[in-house]
Ligand binder design. Structure first.
Ligand SMILES: C[S@@+](CC[C@H](N)C(=O)[O-])C[C@H]1O[C@@H](n2cnc3c(N)ncnc32)[C@H](O)[C@@H]1O
Length: 194
């Protein structure tokens, strides 16, 4: 039920157009028909968008409820239940890992393990494109689209993100001009270091 409620609340939000601009920036720096993994795909909107724009894309999510909803909403797309911190894909499977509003739930102590996994499954020069919440600190809080349910959130400054990423070189950061469900976000594009 939470999955459907999340999808309902976020489907039409003002940030949708913004998110699609971020997806277009991403597609603009990828080769034609790129292999993309949508990490923490939620209800699969971005997976479907990327697929419609010619990417060979798979969406993964930790939540079975989300995966089921994504499969029902976009039956022609591919969705798997998987943890983005430890996927089952072979090395160098993808040109891009897209993670919109999902690594915001990864505790800081696990960030570099997650980064290592993303690095492993990307081709040399692969792109890690992700959003993060601007700020500092981490912990359970009632915020975001589902503010009646406490969830774990992490915050980063732009500078802090630059220090944190060890295996990627940041090539672009866009800070969102408008708040999304009360929070400021940034999108980051980073190239795999070899
Ligand atoms: C705020 S939603 C964003 C969903 C989608 N990317 C979007 O932009 O609408 C965060 C999603 O990340 C998923 N998630 C959180 N931790 C995860 C993990 N370790 N592995 C895979 N998915 C995860 C959640 O289940 C949820 O569907």
């Amino acid at each position: 039920m939470m999955a459907e409620e999340y999808a309902r609340r976020t489907r039409r939000g003002g940030d949708r157009a913004y998110c699609e601009r971020m997806l277009e920036i991403t597609l603009g720096i990828l080769p034609p028909r790129p292999r993309v993994i949508d990490m923490g795909c939620g209800d699969g909107r971005d997976t479907a968008y990327l697929g419609a724009r010619g990417a060979d894309v798979v969406g993964i999510d930790l939540s079975w409820e989300m995966v089921r909803l994504a499969r029902t909403s976009y039956p022609k797309m591919s969705f798997l239940q998987m943890d983005l911190r430890k996927t089952l894909f072979p090395d160098e499977s993808f040109h891009c890992a897209w993670a919109s509003a999902s690594i915001i739930h990864i505790p800081l102590s696990q960030f570099n393990d997650m980064e290592r996994e993303v690095h492993r499954i990307l081709v040399p020069d692969g792109i890690f494109a992700f959003s993060f919440k601007l700020g500092e600190g981490e912990g359970f809080e009632k915020s975001g689209a589902m503010k009646e349910h406490p969830r774990y959130f992490t915050y980063h400054t732009v500078r802090g993100m630059g220090d944190l990423l060890k295996k990627f070189r940041i090539v672009r950061i866009e800070t969102c001009t408008e708040k999304v469900f009360g929070s400021s976000f940034a999108y980051c594009w980073a190239v795999k270091k070899v």
